[in-house]
Design a protein around this ligand. Structure first.
Ligand code: ATP
Ligand code: FE2
Length: 327
């Protein structure tokens, strides 16, 4: 098969990133991260950041690509899910590039990109996937042409829950990594609501209860208990999916996958069952352009390109809406 190079653009939320890859190499990667001064991620502010940075970023990556003698075969972009204003900014850039270079446009589902880069980096074929990030928390697995969702959050994503609690406790965004550090100095577990309904879970009651618990418990103990409770919920549903589907591999992806305690808890569960845990390096867990370029390449090779007229952004794009034509 001919070697093809794809340029991928990510920018659904905090990280504006572009990368060029082929089947075996990451040729170039550039990024610019939006960090709110105070408070959480604001869609309009993030999109203004992306709009002011994207021109420079694209110029830079095209120059780097030229330096390596790359001739691009397609432009891939995150079509959703994500913040509408952010998605529109990167979609506009992707359409303009596709038209001016006269190469196909590819609309990538951001959740599936997290999964596909995890599969590539860990070389795992058919796992149960735990996808945990700011906006999303899902347990998925491939069956009959789609990534099926076995369980998911009924309200907010786990990362979002951690960040909300973190903001309340006075941490800068994102709170997740800070909570992980502080939890290490805890002395005891304080009871917090554990909410699993069927195969789904919920984090908003837990977040409120954790804020309330700060009145009578130390910050360290509450950070620790928040993690233990929320992660136990995620591990329980992942284990039930493994048992139900009869697979032996678990793949952890998404920004919250960087958390060492979550990895440890999943690993224990996997060892207990004789299953294996796979987790890519942190730079492939969080949002990045490489995952969009890689999924774009898989889609290009299976003919899943997009007409400009069908390239409107999809802020609520679900992974189980995608026909996975490349597996
Ligand atoms: P998505 O659109 O997939 O929901 P996202 O915009 O949330 O993606 P990601 O980079 O996938 O972006 O995830 C960011 C989240 O990961 C933030 O909520 C952040 O707090 C969380 N996070 C990052 N590192 C850690 C950590 N070590 N422990 C817990 N949470 C973490
Ligand atoms: Fe993400």
């Amino acid at each position: 098969m001919k070697n093809r190079f794809v340029l991928g653009i990510e920018g659904t939320a905090w990280n504006l990133s572009a990368a060029i890859i082929d089947r075996t190499n990451i040729i170039a990667e550039v990024e610019s991260q939006y960090q709110p001064q105070k408070g959480g991620l604001h869609p309009r502010m993030a999109s203004q950041h992306h709009a002011s940075e994207i021109g420079n970023l694209i110029r830079k990556i095209l120059t780097e690509g030229e330096g390596f003698g790359v001739e691009l075969s397609a432009i891939a972009f995150s079509q959703g899910p994500g913040f509408g204003p952010c998605l529109r900014t990167i979609a506009t850039a992707a359409r303009a590039l596709s038209l001016s270079l006269e190469i196909p446009l590819i609309g990538v589902n951001h959740c599936i990109a997290h999964i596909e880069i995890g599969r590539r980096m860990c070389d795992v074929r058919d796992p149960v996937i735990l996808y945990v990030s700011g906006g999303n928390s899902q347990v998925l697995s491939y069956r009959d042409g789609k990534y099926r969702i076995f369980g998911e959050t009924l309200d907010i994503g786990i990362g979002n829950a951690l960040d909300k609690f973190g903001r309340y406790a006075g941490f800068q965004h994102p709170g997740g990594p800070k909570i992980e550090q502080i939890a290490k100095n805890a002395k005891k577990y304080v009871s917090l609501p554990y909410v699993v309904k069927g195969m789904d879970f919920s984090f908003s009651g837990l977040t409120t209860a954790a804020k309330d618990a700060l009145v009578h418990a130390s910050l360290e103990d509450v950070c620790y208990s928040f993690q233990e409770t929320a992660f136990a919920m995620l591990v329980e549903v992942t284990e039930r999916a493994l048992a139900h589907i009869g697979k032996d591999d678990v793949l952890l992806v998404g920004g919250v996958g960087a958390n060492e305690r979550l990895k440890e808890m999943l690993d224990l569960m996997c060892k207990d069952r004789g299953a294996r845990l796979y987790a890519p390096e942190k730079r492939f867990m969080r949002d990045n352009g490489i995952m969009i370029a890689h999924t774009g390449l898989l889609m290009l090779e299976s003919g899943a390109t997009l007409d400009i007229k069908d390239s409107a952004v999809r802020p609520n794009y679900r992974p189980d809406d995608v026909d996975v034509s490349w597996i």
